[in-house]
Design a protein. Structure first.
Length: 293
């Protein structure tokens, strides 16, 4: 058993059973639906969340603050454990700063303990995929110092590619202009986006129709995954109220990468990321070429 705790935020978008099985500790974001605040711990069913968004509910999110991080970390330190905590990408959220402030305060109180705070530069189940790989390395026996070095070396290997069939929420968040959103909706344009080396969401290409963007997404995996058509590593998909689209993407991937047959895991896009992407989004994550732009 390791002498340190592996921790992340609820925005890693796996599920409770997965976190428990892998012994990954969670700090929870919060969100609002029409002004009412909820904890991102499953108390608000994700299916109901997307139904509310589709019906016009206004959603907002709030990052984990310093006091919440302090409360999350303190019990582990009191047990004599060191901590390695990966945060949601700083390109998406300011939660990294809150975690660092809490860690600085706690290092003074527990000077014999190590606290590593790492920017994952990842989001949703791509963040989850990174944390899951970190759990593998922990279980292989890496020390906390070795694990910190491994994360810093490999975090940009996690590829994120995602598309949405509803531009409403990207327009609302300012990632797509209102004019482009109107024309995109009229012409059934689906943007293909990824997460860059700074952990920011970047539109890359535009495709007319769902079938075209699904093929383009699968092609990105073939082009960028470790070993290409021979890729045999972890592959996660997260989706927001469009499971059928996720299943279609899986079928497309399995055509070109046979070793993935039956291995791709599907999760829900959680409330934090989902508040910005809305329903109708599918995201693909795998280990591949290092992000450089």
């Amino acid at each position: 058993m390791s002498d340190y705790v592996l921790s992340c935020c609820s925005t890693a978008d796996l599920n409770a059973e997965h976190y428990e099985k892998r012994d990954i500790k969670l700090a929870y974001f919060h969100f609002e639906v029409d002004g009412k605040v909820y904890c991102d711990n499953g108390e608000y069913p994700i299916d109901d969340f997307y139904k509310a968004m589709a019906a016009g509910a206004m959603t907002r999110t709030s990052q984990i603050n310093v006091d919440e991080y302090t409360s999350h970390f303190t019990p582990f330190l009191e047990e004599g454990k060191d901590i390695i905590h990966l945060t949601l990408s700083s390109g998406i959220s300011g939660t990294l700063n809150s975690a660092n402030i809490a860690a600085d305060v706690l290092r003074e109180k527990y000077p014999d303990r190590k606290i590593y705070i790492i920017d994952s530069l990842a989001a949703s189940s791509g963040y989850g995929l990174l944390v899951d790989n970190v759990a593998d390395k922990r279980d292989e026996g890496l020390t906390i110092d070795e694990l910190n070095d491994w994360v810093l070396e490999h975090r940009l290997d996690v590829n994120h590619w995602f598309f949405t069939t509803d531009l409403t929420y990207l327009v609302r968040g300012g990632r797509v202009s209102k004019v482009a959103g109107w024309f995109g909706g009229a012409l059934k344009i689906c943007p293909l986006l990824n997460v860059d080396y700074q952990g920011k969401l970047i539109p890359r290409t535009k495709h007319r129709g769902k079938a075209a963007v699904i093929r383009a997404t699968a092609k990105k995996m073939l082009e960028n995954a470790v070993g290409g058509a021979d890729y045999n590593g972890k592959c996660y998909i997260s989706q927001s109220a469009c499971r059928e689209d996720a299943e279609t993407l899986i079928q497309e991937i399995e055509k070109s990468i046979p070793a993935m047959k039956g291995k791709i895991e599907v999760y829900d896009i959680g409330t934090t990321i989902g508040s910005h992407t809305g329903p109708g989004t599918v995201a693909l994550f795998f280990m591949g070429n290092k992000r450089i732009d």
